[in-house]
Design a protein around this ligand. Sequence first.
Ligand code: GDP
Length: 469
Amino acid sequence: MEKTIAAISTGMVPSGISIVRMSGPEAFDIADQVYHKKNMQPCDTGKKPLFHKMKSHTIHYGFISDGKNDIDEVLVSVMKAPHTFTGEDTIEINCHGGMLVAKKVMEILLKKGAKAAEPGEFTKRAFLNGRMDLSRAEAVIDVIDAKNEFALKASLSQLKGSVSEKVSKLRDEILDEMSFIEAALDDPEHYDLGGFGEELQEKIKPVQAEIKEMIRRADYGSVMAEGVKTVIAGKPNAGKSSLLNILAGYEKAIVTDVAGTTRDVLEVPVMLKNISLILMDTAGIRDTEDTVEKIGVDRAKEALDEADLILYVVDSTVGVDKEDQKVIRSLPESAKVIFVLNKTDLASGKDVNVDLKEYNGREENNVVCFSAKTREGLTELEDTITSLYNAEELTYNDQVVITNARQKALLFETEEALSMVITGIEDGMSEEFLVVDLMNAYTALGKIIGEEVGDDVVSRVFEKFCMGK
Ligand code: GDP
């Protein structure tokens, strides 16, 4: 029999109320031992069964006592299996929000036989009792952890089952094909596999395309949910630290007129309208003999390689020189780039010819004239940044957007297996082999929703949860 678990489910800070939650087969018996109604005495606790007789999903006023003295005045919610979050009998005690009170209530539940829940154990039980699949259980943690509107929207949609539905639909399509092949191999007299390869290819290609699209959206989804890694790059003294300070809204980086003074990579989280940016100021990239500056330059290059967005700052009084050109040519293709022509209060940035297409063949050429001194161009810069991301979000509205790394890795696995099916067909492989790859795709998709995953994966998923959830 599963143990009954208990935990303080609200944060450990002084607050109006705290909730102590208990779930498991003995939840009602234990609650009987510690609860009494207003007209009863502390010593009356446990004398008669109360909670088994109560209607499910009701709330009861009373007291928690240790058998001698009352510990707190409470409201207790009673929820009977199987219609509860965990699928088990559940008691939630709303006590006063002092940390000591919640701890005392928790202690007495433990004394009466409950076990302290591990992080995520309530949700793990919900999963193991079939109340939700793994993608929805993961959505629970994502809702709690959501750092911005996008992350919340994506995880809520996943919690409602959008990922499960989509994945199940694609799995069914793969299953149909596998079953047909299996049936045909078993009963060649009644099923004809002649010309089946082409038919299969036609059926599998759209599934593969959908998976590819989900991967693409997942890339965007994790950037939006985690924050856009935005690297401010450019030559020393171009005005990178000044730009960071303006975007961050406070003095975070040291601004000096001595070139080469930013040696480390500074990271500042910033919300720009509905988009989270993780701003990174880097050492100006230039060839240098100074050992310390060199380390800074190397770190700047590493940061550039991982960037989602690069704000390349150019001092417009100097223009784009050979050193700039060299760096611009080597900017990673995976990043979006905005050119910031700074110090336009001293010179007109418009005179400086900057054309990204010319340097590295990029499609877009986002150039913003800016002055860190007068802040002219700030709105345009902010609008350019947000438009780069919002335009994409619009096309993703109401679409399934995966933000979870485990699920994304499984999408890759699925896509790989489906590619094998398609090349297998082209190479004239026999159906027995095609079934193996179809099965791999089917299994990988299944793991997203928690089918066919081992205990180790389940444990790893729930370890990341907070206490009491
Ligand atoms: P970084 O080395 O690229 O981080 O450059 P800083 O932000 O430290 O700026 C270098 C110098 O240029 C400082 O003296 C700044 O005050 C100055 N500066 C930065 N932006 C502007 C600007 O838009 N106009 C003017 N006139 N000076 C600026």
